[in-house]
Design a protein around this ligand. Structure first.
Ligand code: FAD
Length: 284
């Protein structure tokens, strides 16, 4: 398929990006790795008369790791997330999740910014960012603002980002304790049928902190506060895991599609969450 005709822009700074967004409004869209946007344009599911390539904008490809927090620039690719030794040491869940996205070709192009800004429920990074309690940094003609990942997603492809805003990076507290990202998919390179991100901190044999988020089981990623409540204070025994799964199932709202009927997705979600909790606990 061939996309509709479009004007291609490659500004050298953010002011240039914002001026094109302001001038063309809805008709302009930024492009990062292009591995979600270009297929949509080719399928004529996205009409973008003015396409703004972000690859020459400085300072969007940095990863900054401190003992308190980690900041990742929007143009950092999934391959960068996998290859960055300092990031992998401080937050290995990023590498574990990124390795489960598509294939190496896609990962060389796809960016964390594009993955979280896209609003596709199938994208893996939004749920992970909710699990890590990340903050998204946006810049627009009225200046900069921050939005919590847990507040960013409104519906499929609908987010809190305004059309004239650009996501410049994400920040999250440097994680501690155990972690796991588990994903069930139909075949290598596929989007999730169900995926879960879990963080667990323990003191002795008791869970003192947990975070749970699910992917591709609703219109948006789902952070499950009730699943967290079921885990914290427990010894992550079978009863606690069953309670967390039951709470998570109340929060998700999967729909039937070519990945299966609702009952199957609920079943897979439960299996995946159990596996993710057990692995995170074993690493805590
Ligand atoms: P783009 O395609 O450039 O942009 C996507 C959207 O986000 C566009 O609407 C664009 O305007 C907007 N956008 C991009 N950057 C910004 C920004 N900085 N600020 C504001 N808006 C922005 N993803 C997964 O998570 N899991 C998978 O299993 C998976 N499988 C895939 C398999 C295939 C075959 C392909 C082609 C893609 C797959 N993807 C998967 C998607 C891939 O990870 C994408 O690259 C990613 O979702 C989007 O990143 P991008 O940099 O390519 O964004």
């Amino acid at each position: 398929m061939i996309p509709a005709a479009f004007e291609y822009y490659r500004p050298k700074d953010m002011a240039g990006v914002l001026s094109i967004l302001v001038e063309h409004g809805d008709d302009a869209r930024v492009m990062a790795g292009g591995h979600s946007l270009i297929p949509m344009m080719k399928l004529r599911m996205a009409d973008v008369p003015h396409l703004i390539d972000l690859q020459d904008i400085p300072d969007l490809s940095n990863i900054t790791v401190t003992s308190d927090s980690i900041r990742i620039g929007a143009m950092v690719t999934q391959a960068d997330l996998i290859d960055d030794a300092e990031l992998s040491a401080a937050a290995p869940i990023l590498r574990e999740a990124a390795l489960q996205i598509a294939d190496p070709q896609v990962r060389y192009m796809g960016t964390i910014g594009g993955n979280v800004a896209n609003g596709d429920p199938g994208n893996d990074m939004p749920g992970l960012m909710q699990c890590l309690d990340a903050t998204f940094h946006l810049i627009g003609p009225d200046g900069e603002r921050d939005v919590a990942a847990r507040d960013f997603y409104e519906a499929a492809y609908m987010t809190d980002r305004e059309d004239d805003e650009v996501l410049v990076g994400v920040t999250f507290p440097t994680p501690s304790g155990g972690y796991a990202y588990e994903k069930q998919k139909r075949k290598i390179g596929d989007y999730a049928t169900a995926a879960a991100a879990v963080q667990i901190v323990k003191d002795g044999d008791t869970c003192t902190f947990a975070s749970v988020a699910m992917t591709n089981l609703s219109d948006t990623p789902i952070y499950s506060a009730d699943a967290v409540d079921a885990l914290v204070g427990s010894k992550i025994d079978d009863a606690a895991i069953k309670a967390a799964i039951a709470a998570m199932l109340e929060d998700i709202d999967p729909s039937e599609d070519n990945r299966g009927p609702v009952a199957f997705k609920n079943h897979v979600a439960g299996v995946i969450l159990r596996r993710t909790i057990e692995r995170a606990w074993s690493r805590a």
